[in-house]
Design a protein around this ligand. Structure first.
Ligand code: NDP
Ligand code: OAA
Length: 259
């Protein structure tokens, strides 16, 4: 599968290393859309990719899938155009808190015969949540996220502090670089207004920890993911990058597990 990448930060670099440098059997990143050619010029020689600053030229490339690893603003600005031209995978899923954008994207995807893929990112259990939701059997979903204090606040903390408590749609507005997980969890489950979120800055941890609790007619479930951060961006869990590769690999498989 030929990939066009948007975003060359912590996740983008991880993808370039694991897919291009380590020569993935089924995946190849062919081109990268950047906004600053000078800053990223070295990627061409290092990973054998073509850099584009022009969106139209990028989308006209011989690619099967656009993978976004930039930020929510970029998704907001580019998604309607990108989905008309290519199958698309987003990691900054927080942009889809905008219900008009989600609706427009769904409509354009159908009209142009493309798919939008929203991987589970730094969490898991979306299969469980969607199965529990079937026939209305999901009643409550809560996400409790703990991150190292320095990745959430400039305040020097000596003990943990809840920096946000509310619904998912408010969480992503306040923490767009940290709460994409709350939106994928909501979209798979009870929606952005009915998913409870707590975000805790914890000076005593060095992992990004997501605890998911759900209950309903199926019973109850709890899941905790203790993520190692990516060295280039401690806000971002390594699993988010790995999850893009895992999801791309599974698209090609004929036997599907858990979905
Ligand atoms: N769904 C999930 O579970 C998770 C989602 N995320 C999200 O994934 C995204 C990427 O994370 P990460 O790699 O850590 O972020 P970084 O900040 O390390 O990198 C972002 C990259 O995107 C580039 N970029 C920004 N805007 C544009 C644009 N308009 N066009 C092209 N490139 C652009 C930046 O380039 P420049 O140098 O020009 O700024 C930079 O290379 C973030 O939105 C993050 O919040 C992260 C973890 C988990
Ligand atoms: O990487 C993580 O653990 C979660 C994250 O930043 C996000 O959801 O935006």
């Amino acid at each position: 599968m030929n990939i066009g990448l948007i975003g060359s930060g912590a996740i983008g670099r991880y993808l370039l290393e694991k897919i291009n440098k380590e020569k993935h059997q089924a995946l190849a990143i062919k081109c990268v859309l950047v906004r600053n050619r000078e800053k990223y010029q070295h990627l061409e020689a290092e990973y054998g990719v073509t850099l584009h600053t022009d969106r139209e030229a990028f989308l006209a490339s011989d690619i099967d899938m656009v993978v976004e690893a930039a930020n929510v603003e970029t998704v907001r600005a580019l998604l309607p155009e990108v989905i008309q031209k290519k199958d698309t995978m987003l990691i900054s899923v927080g942009a889809l808190v905008d219900e008009a954008l989600l609706e427009e994207t769904g409509r354009l995807a159908e009209a142009h015969g493309h798919k939008l893929h929203l991987p589970s990112g730094a969490i898991g259990g979306l299969d469980l949540i969607q199965n529990a939701k079937a026939l209305g059997n999901l009643e409550q979903v809560e996400l409790i996220t703990r991150k190292p204090a320095h990745s959430l606040t400039e305040e020097v903390l000596t003990e943990e502090k809840t920096v946000f408590s509310g619904k998912a749609y408010e969480a992503i507005e306040k923490f767009p670089k940290n709460m994409n997980v709350s939106i994928i969890l909501s979209l798979a489950g009870l929606g952005i207004r009915d998913t409870d979120v707590r975000l805790i800055a914890d000076p005593g941890i060095d992992k990004n920890i997501h605890q998911i609790k759900l209950s309903g007619g199926f019973g109850e479930a709890e899941l905790t993911i203790k993520n190692d951060p990516l060295p280039e961006n401690p806000k971002t869990s390594a699993l988010a990058a790995l999850c893009i590769i895992g999801t791309l690999e599974r698209l090609e498989e004929n036997i599907k597990y858990g979905n």
